[in-house]
Ligand binder design. Structure first.
Ligand SMILES: C[S@@+](CC[C@H](N)C(=O)[O-])C[C@H]1O[C@@H](n2cnc3c(N)ncnc32)[C@H](O)[C@@H]1O
Length: 277
């Protein structure tokens, strides 16, 4: 049974699972996902990974997200209890969100409290968005949900089970990929190259993901291909991406995405899968 991600994640890949699944090898030595985000692809593959006892590595540059995966994996019960203590109320939301502005910031909280805050903000904040300002402070407004599900015990337990033998790391993609070798399968879902200039300001982290990062990622992918790594990458369907991955198989796929900054209007847009399969 496919495990559902426990987070909402902007750019989540649930819609592309049917396109990605046929590109996954039947057998591989290790599974590596350096930009895991909400982990739609990892959780989708978790049944195969667990059944075949395939070692896996998931990684993200966002320390709060990575801490959350670690707590879901190791302290599921306590995390569920803590999540149950949250309430759906605007003032309460702002109080929890603004804990990062208090003395000591987030490091004044325990890893468990940080994970519970992260999931709570994800479930009740605007569109499940994760955004911090230039000082690293969360500035996502209160969401417009009537009755959001803050704690889904079944999903959290299923996630914990999927994570049992998974290594979870908080590096930049270069470090995460340095050990990828022959027979490994890597799925790469970096922040996309922007469709237009204004979307340059949409940043997942204070430092953003620049065109220089896109170029070093494409260079790393080319090196991994030579080492015998099997990969699938997703990115925007734009000439710059097609050019970066020239020589690899490129597949146009469709996904429904929010097309304006308020996220209410969704329309089907083309995205690109790149692979050496
Ligand atoms: C498009 S999202 C991944 C979405 C994910 N596939 C899903 O289905 O939810 C990109 C992720 O890359 C992470 N990221 C950004 N820059 C990074 C870097 N230099 N190294 C590793 N991860 C990075 C972001 O924190 C974000 O979670």
């Amino acid at each position: 049974m496919t495990v559902k991600p426990f987070l909402k994640w902007v750019g989540g890949k649930r819609q592309l699972l049917a396109d990605i699944a046929p590109l996954v090898p039947n057998e591989f030595s290790r599974y590596i996902e350096p930009f895991v985000g909400g982990g739609a692809v990892f959780f989708h593959l978790s049944e195969q990974i667990t059944a075949q006892q395939i070692p896996s590595v998931i990684n993200d540059i966002n320390p709060e997200l990575v801490n959350c995966y670690q707590m879901v994996k190791t302290q599921t019960d306590d995390l569920i209890s803590l999540l149950k203590s949250h309430k759906h109320d605007k003032n309460y939301y702002l109080e929890i969100r603004n804990l990062d502005r208090k003395e000591g910031g987030l490091s004044a909280l325990s890893p468990l409290e940080r994970a519970s805050r992260f999931i709570y903000l994800n479930r009740t904040g605007f569109n499940g968005m994760y955004r911090v300002n230039s000082k690293g402070l969360n500035n996502v407004p209160f969401g417009r949900y009537k009755n959001p599900s803050i704690v889904n015990e079944d999903v959290l337990w299923a996630s914990a089970k999927a994570l049992i033998d998974t290594q979870i790391s908080n590096h930049s993609f270069e470090d995460c990929l340095s050990s990828a070798g022959k027979g490994d399968f890597v799925y790469l879902d970096p922040p996309y190259v922007p469709l237009n200039h204004t979307s340059y300001f949409t940043s997942y982290m204070t430092n953003g993901f620049t065109m220089i990062d896109q170029k070093s990622l494409a260079a790393l992918v080319t090196e991994m291909d030579k080492r015998g790594v099997v990969f699938v990458a997703s990115n925007a369907f734009v000439p710059a991406v097609k050019e970066l991955y020239r020589g690899f198989r490129q597949i146009e796929v469709k996904a429904k995405r929010a097309i304006n900054s308020h996220g209410q209007k969704r329309s089907a847009i083309s995205e690109l899968l790149i692979t050496n399969r």
